[in-house]
Design a protein around this ligand. Structure first.
Ligand code: SF4
Length: 78
């Protein structure tokens, strides 16, 4: 799955939402989140993010790895 990290916080550009073919990017609080079970790993959202907040799960920078869990947890709490 792809994941959204810290650069999205308080930005919420939403260009990614327009690109996602399965509509699995959701707005929540101060950032956007990708539903890990709905994402089909197409990669379409990654290049359109103006702040480069989106990463494939294996490529999330070390300082932001907790965002992978934060994305998943966001949907557990709904
Ligand atoms: Fe949507 Fe594709 Fe991005 Fe997953 S990788 S969130 S399916 S645009």
């Amino acid at each position: 799955t792809y994941t959204i990290a810290e650069p999205c916080v308080d930005v919420l550009d939403k260009a990614c939402i327009e690109e996602c073919p399965v509509d699995c990017i959701y707005e929540g609080g101060r950032m956007l989140y990708i539903h890990p079970d709905e994402c089909v790993d197409c990669g379409a959202c990654e290049p359109v993010c103006p702040v480069e907040a989106i990463f494939y799960e294996d490529d999330v920078p070390d300082e932001w790895v907790e965002y992978t869990k934060a994305n998943a947890d966001f949907f557990d709490e709904i």
